[in-house]
Write a protein that binds this ligand. Structure first.
Ligand code: SF4
Length: 254
């Protein structure tokens, strides 16, 4: 599809997804022509989506980026979740050569020294494996929520990712954390025990700390950096052009 077609389809899909339940959103996207990939970090939002996929839409591929620096609790939860729902969570790892080159240039924990070094590490351990995970995908499903940070406050239900040539689906964009927790309790969804120890947002172990009461949910991610827009490069906000006209072809379940 052309950039125009992707943007037009995303704009239409955004409107179609807005009034739907989570199950209906996943069923709609999973029924569209093209491969759908859900990337899970095993955080509480992503666990909700995995549970909903298992219950309502098995056609969506579930993948995770096994960075090599995850908490042991997160690694254990991958297998636990697979067993709970009888589905495969495909692991994507960084390339050994990329890791060796990073360590040679910056050192294993060089990400503490500069934003550039941190972005380089996330590039090797997350962004490049994500590109492999999304190869051939038309739809990329995420657990981003507007309430997670000011940087995510405008998260739409569907947006064009023109760089990757696909449509990104934020199936929980309008959920608040209490709704997420209620779903987990109601459906007995397995969650990372770190959430109960002050970690609302969990990434790589050396780059995540517990937050203090009153701090924003993502305050514990790359806490040593001053820039409030702290992201790993997977979800870089980008203005999505909304075309003047939108085709009805894309968002019709097959
Ligand atoms: S979160 Fe930290 S350890 Fe993980 S890829 Fe990014 S910089 Fe590297």
């Amino acid at each position: 599809m052309s950039a125009y077609d992707i943007a037009a389809a995303a704009a239409l899909l955004d409107r179609q997804l807005a009034p739907l339940s989570l199950a209906e959103r996943l069923a709609l996207v999973g029924g569209l022509d093209g491969r759908s990939v859900f990337t899970t970090s095993l955080g509480i939002e992503d666990q909700v989506i995995t549970a909903a996929i298992a219950a309502h839409c098995r056609g969506i591929d579930v993948v995770t980026l096994e960075t090599g620096r995850l908490f042991p609790e997160t690694v254990a939860l991958i297998a636990q979740t697979e067993a709970a729902y009888g589905l495969e969570i495909r692991r994507y790892h960084p390339e050994e050569a990329d890791l060796a080159a990073y360590v040679a240039q910056y050192g294993l924990n060089g990400f503490y020294d500069s934003v550039e070094a941190r972005h380089a590490c996330c590039g090797v351990r997350k962004v490049k494996p994500l590109a492999r995970a999304l190869e051939g995908a038309s739809f990329w499903i995420t657990g981003l929520r507007r309430g997670q940070s000011g940087n995510r406050a405008e998260t739409p239900f569907a947006e064009a990712d023109l760089e990757r040539g696909l449509i990104k689906i934020n199936a929980l964009a309008d959920w608040d954390i209490e709704t997420v927790k209620a779903y987990v309790a109601q459906h007995q969804v397995p969650v990372n025990p770190l959430h109960g120890r002050g970690y609302p947002s969990i990434g790589c172990e050396p780059c995540t700390r517990a937050i203090k009461p009153g701090e924003p949910e993502r305050a514990g991610r790359w806490w040593w950096e001053n820039d409030v827009k702290r992201e790993c490069g997977l979800h870089v906000p980008e203005a999505t052009p909304i075309p003047a006209r939108a085709s009805d072809k894309i968002a019709t379940p097959a």
